[in-house]
Design a protein around this ligand. Sequence first.
Ligand code: 1CP
Length: 368
Amino acid sequence: MSKDGINIPKDFPQLQNDTFLRAVRGEKTEHVPVWCMRQAGRYLPEFREFRAGKDFFETCQSPESCCELTLQPLRRFPFDAAIIFSDILVVPQAMGMEVQMVPGKGPTFPTPLKEPEDLQRLSAKVDVNKELGYVFKAITLTRHRIEGKVPLIGFTGAPWTLMSYMIEGGGSSTHSKAKRWLYRHPQSSHMLLKMLTDVIVEYLLAQVAAGAQALQVFESHAGILGPVEFKDFSLPYLRDIARRVKERLKEGGQDVPMIVFAKDAHYALEDLSQSHYEVVGLDWTVDPRSARERTGGKVSLQGNMDPCALYAPKEHISDIVKKMLEGFGTRNYIANLGHGLYPDMDPENVGAFVEAVHTHSRQMNIQI
Ligand code: 1CP
């Protein structure tokens, strides 16, 4: 029985397709596993229909809805992993900030952080079970309803990416308000990043306790930092998160693979590959062969087809996928896009992408 009296059984169905988990460990697999960032999203007509007229964060707070949206893409495509439907901005909400999803505009914070004094508005100690229990319930429910078809990935935004939203008040092309803090208030910036790190560690651990079988950390705004700022304001926190989560899991005799996706941080590939994460996610600006050379074969790589390649005719998608597989090789590799799917993408082409990964990688494995 959980704290609020809801019975959450943990007798999850046995995993049938563990290709993703085996690839993470560098084991031989029949085909290269594949999933897509934003696979539960607006490119699917059934997603648009389900979400129609519903508030975004109310949907996030409904475990039944999150479960349904997570499962939708699996009914269409033979993906090798699922990612729980939620959003990275539930963490700032849990720390006391208001966030609205404004249709046509995206996430909006009506009262963003303006000055370092505003940090006092945030809850420093967040009881994640109380504030984010709905995410954990969604994970547990989905682990049951997914019937062991594929592993379920939990996720979080990384501290810098969340900090930038909390200061910008929404999406931004320059992130200049958030970067202003880094240059003018470095101490307060570190204070905020540390607060976020502490909450994120608890949040990820609770996702594992609820049933997450892998964890992805999204540093979507890494590219807006240069190599020097990244080393100061992002990398130490990414490392701290993985180190602390792994340590605590180990104490309980558990081990869950972690993926770091620092978008546009090609300058930091070497560092990222030595940051306690089993998998480094890549955007499409990195050449597969050079990524392998620079990461030294110790970590698995995930990515990185340009999402816009899905606008190409299907035969062309197949050729692009083949080249990508030849570049990465079929071991220690998880195929994905270099960022999320866009709402105007054709589900049929997503299907062609998945099929091309499976078919070409099977053929390559036979030839080896
Ligand atoms: O109404 C809608 O459906 C809005 C679109 C949408 C969706 C489908 C948003 C708003 N969030 C989500 C779900 C979501 N967000 C998932 C789970 C679904 C899946 O991946 O299958 C995940 C993993 C996220 C993570 C997320 N949210 C990131 C990191 C990944 C990335 O894209 O870099 C970020 C940056 C966000 C913020 C966010 N949420 C939504 C939007 C449109 C944005 C970006 C805003 C901006 O910066 O302009």
